[in-house]
Every structure is written in C-alpha cells, then in structure tokens.
Design a protein around this ligand. Sequence first.
Ligand SMILES: Cc1cc2nc3c(=O)[nH]c(=O)nc-3n(C[C@H](O)[C@H](O)[C@H](O)COP(=O)(O)O)c2cc1C
Ligand SMILES: *[C@@H]1O[C@H](CO)[C@@H](O)[C@H](O)[C@H]1NC(C)=O
Ligand SMILES: *[C@@H]1O[C@H](CO)[C@@H](O)[C@H](O)[C@H]1NC(C)=O
Ligand SMILES: *[C@@H]1O[C@H](CO)[C@@H](O)[C@H](O)[C@H]1NC(C)=O
Ligand SMILES: *[C@@H]1O[C@H](CO)[C@@H](O)[C@H](O)[C@H]1NC(C)=O
Length: 428
Amino acid sequence: MLFVLIAPVSSTVSAFSLHPSALCNTQARIERGLARLIVLAPLTRNRSYGHVPQPHAAVYYSQRTTKGGLLIAEATGISDTAQGIVLAPLTRNRSYNNVPQPHAAVYYSQRATKGGLLIAEATGVSDTAQGYPHTPGIWTKEHVEAWKPIVDAVHQKGGVFFLQMWHVGRVSTYDFQPNGQAPVSSTDKGVTPSLEGVEWSPPRRLRKDEVPGIVNDFRLAARNAIEAGFDGVEIHGANGYLIEQFLKDQVNDRTDEYGGSLENRCRFALEIVEALANEIGSHRVGIRLSPYSDFMEAIDSDPDALGLYMANALNKFNIQYLHMIEPRVVGARVLQGPEDEIPHRLLPMRKAFKNTFIAAGGYNRSKGNRAIADDYADLIAFGRLFLANPDLPRRYELDAPLNKYNRSTFYISDPVVGYTDYPFLEEA
Ligand SMILES: Cc1cc2nc3c(=O)[nH]c(=O)nc-3n(C[C@H](O)[C@H](O)[C@H](O)COP(=O)(O)O)c2cc1C
Ligand SMILES: *[C@@H]1O[C@H](CO)[C@@H](O)[C@H](O)[C@H]1NC(C)=O
Ligand SMILES: *[C@@H]1O[C@H](CO)[C@@H](O)[C@H](O)[C@H]1NC(C)=O
Ligand SMILES: *[C@@H]1O[C@H](CO)[C@@H](O)[C@H](O)[C@H]1NC(C)=O
Ligand SMILES: *[C@@H]1O[C@H](CO)[C@@H](O)[C@H](O)[C@H]1NC(C)=O
C-alpha cells in the first residue's frame, strides 16, 4: 500500500498503521488536530526536524484547510478519500454454515476506499464461539481460504481491513455448541430465555484452568486472520458477549482471580490482548468495548470506571486502537432522546488511551464532524448508515443525501437483498 507517514514510525508500526505512538505528545496532538482538517493524500514532507512537528506545518496545513469534511490526514495513515470514516462491525448472517461467501467480497469492496478502515463482522474464534445462524468463522482452514478472496477484494481498492474476533459465551444455545453441550461463560447464570426471541440455553461456568484454552482460541484465530490477509483484528469486547461476561460486575460472579475486583474482571480481556499482541504484533490489534450497554443483560454498576480502567490498562500493550461505543447505543439500537446530545462520556477514556481512539454509535455526518473537530475521537465508526450507503465517504464529502436503511433486511440470509443492493450515489 501507498501510505507514507509524515511522523516518525517505530519499527513495529507498518505502512497501514493508523497511529504511530510517537505522535502522542501535546505538540503532536495540536498538529494532528490541524492535519485532520484537510483533505490531502498522505505526503511525507521531511520538514519535522528531529521528528518534531514544526510551526511552519501549521501554515502549510491551514493553507489547505477546507470546511466541513469529516477528515483525517497523513499522520494517522488514513488517507484522503476515507476521511476518517470507519465501517463498524456489522453481523449480516449470510455466511452459510459459518463459511464466508463470495457475496461478502462484493459487499465489503463496495464499501472500501483507499486508506479507509473496514471492520469485518463478528467472526467466531472456535466451535464454541457461535450463537446465531450463518455467522462466519475463522477457526478452520476452510474459513481461512474462504476469507482470502474477500480480503483481496478490499485490498484491491486500497482498503484497510480488520476482522472482529468473537466469542458469544452464554449468548448461545445447545444447537450451536459441539455435541449439544452447554455454552461457556464466566458464570452459570443464563440470559433470560426468550430475550430477543431466543430460548438461550443455561451456560456452564468456565473453570479457571480452562480460561487459557479460550485465550489460545483467540490467538489461533488471530493468526488465521493474518493468514487470510487481514491487516489486523479487533477483539470483540462489547455487546454482552463472552469478554463482557467477564468484564461486567452484574454478570461475573466468580471468586477466583477472574472475578471480583475491576482488575480481576479485566484480566481475561487483557490476557487476550497480550496473547494477540505477541502473536501478530500490537499494531495489528484493536479492541471494541461498550461499558454502558445493557445488551444481553450484561451490565456494569460503574461503567465510567470500567471504561477508564481498560483504557489505561491497554496502554501497556501499545495496541493500534480502542473502539468505544457511546452510551446512547444498546446493541444494534440507538436509544431515543439522548441520541441528539453532544457526546461526552467517552472523553476520559479518549484522553487516557494513547493510540487511535474510535467512537461509534448514533453518529451522522454533522455529529461526526463535531466529534472530530472537538478532538473527542480520531475516527468515527458508522454502522447502519454505512450499511445502507456503500459510498458513504463520498456522500459525506459531497454532503449528498443518504439512502435510508431497511431494518427488516439487516439479518436475512439473502446474498443480495438488503446487502449489496443499496444504490450508489449516481444510481440513487
Ligand atoms: C445489522 C447490525 C449488525 C451488527 N453487528 C455487530 C457486530 O457484529 N459486532 C459489533 O460489535 N457490533 C455490531 N453491531 C453494532 C454496530 O457496530 C454499531 O455499534 C451500532 O449499529 C450503532 O452504530 P450506528 O448508530 O452507526 O449504527 C451491529 C449493528 C447492526 C445494525
Ligand atoms: C523524505 O522522506 C522520504 C520517505 O519518508 C524519502 O523517500 C526521501 O528520500 C526523503 N527526502 C529527503 C530529501 O531526505
Ligand atoms: C444528525 O443528527 C442530528 C440529530 O440527531 C440532526 O440534528 C442533524 O441534522 C443530523 N445531521 C445530518 C447531516 O443528517
Ligand atoms: C424493506 O425490505 C422489505 C423486504 O425486502 C420490503 O418488503 C420493504 O418494502 C422494504 N421497506 C422499504 C421502506 O423499502
Ligand atoms: C443475526 O445475528 C444477529 C446477531 O448480531 C442476531 O441479533 C439476529 O437475530 C440474527 N438473525 C437471525 C435471522 O437469526
């Protein structure tokens, strides 16, 4: 890929990096703030003496500043056309028998732009990780081979592609488990049967000596993702699934070193982060968290503290990004009312975390612009709007009208309808 970074690049940061950690001083933040306001392909200018951004760069960038775009610049490696717009991970239930299908290559490449980050849908790390029909896997050779042409299609358009690594834990039923066994979790407490219309099966609490095996499943899956060609992986630590079943104090009722204190509840997540950073490189690892969500009855009594603890703890591993979901979002639903408020709850986490910070949930163009201009986040992930607008970055650039999403086709298994048939701007 073509990106050159204007900032000094440490040896662990490769060309598709989102955020060289060397940029993390105040001067660099000011610089990044300015740089973010331009639409300009990444251009190394060799004028940051001793790797320190200089005042003359303010003149250079402000000369090139335009109004209104949701933008990101060369310092992060996210290039002009992508404008800092990220495709949020979206489960689409179209990977028959857990095998990614050729139609996914069409879907993702429709949404790919040069330098734009796409996060692929939640993908099971093992045969105990699944809880919904036709969601993809990454634990067999067949899965890896099936992902390859999909990843290729995105790379052909210059996109940056991360795979979301998923274990549903107790959000599952016997039908999805090998030999019809009980789903595994941090706890024996099940999700209330019939919640979201499914008869969830009672889970079995993982023994302490089984936890390393699950961490290892994530590690192997991450290695598989890299073998399939992905640029990196996002650990799914959100929306009530296995990792959140450990993180949150209203679910986790363990008395061993994986339960009780905040430190203990976060141990499992951080062990996965560490294992993946060691396996594939910290610059290829991101994590998604939703401390405020109560989706699938995963609730924490102090989400501010949980989010902040994780933001600080993650710094130790120097991972590529932290992707946080706004309190206004529960699972795939945005709550009424507070949707319009100016988001602020994530700010302490944004400030604490030293690498790229992605915010998601209930954003549109103007709210995204505002968040970027306020330095509230580096990048904004869009879910439903990107689902319904394959050319969302272009539409944002032109401030063009958007297609409306059709909720009734979010999760149908058709290879086209509600998936690759949303029109591009010129066809709309
Ligand atoms: C169809 C659909 C599928 C989703 N699947 C996932 C998923 O696989 N992983 C995940 O972390 N979040 C998933 N979400 C949540 C979205 O990533 C996002 O957080 C949510 O839609 C709010 O963002 P938005 O307002 O931009 O849509 C899904 C949401 C929708 C609508
Ligand atoms: C400026 O940096 C680029 C790559 O970062 C390098 O290829 C080029 O040779 C440098 N130019 C000078 C004059 O040092
Ligand atoms: C974004 O949403 C807010 C309220 O939720 C609305 O006021 C604003 O007009 C929207 N912006 C765009 C570009 O649709
Ligand atoms: C949504 O999709 C369904 C199924 O294809 C279709 O019947 C319905 O008309 C669509 N709704 C809108 C508003 O387009
Ligand atoms: C598809 O998967 C999602 C999980 O994100 C789930 O909520 C939804 O009910 C599933 N759809 C079907 C038809 O099973």
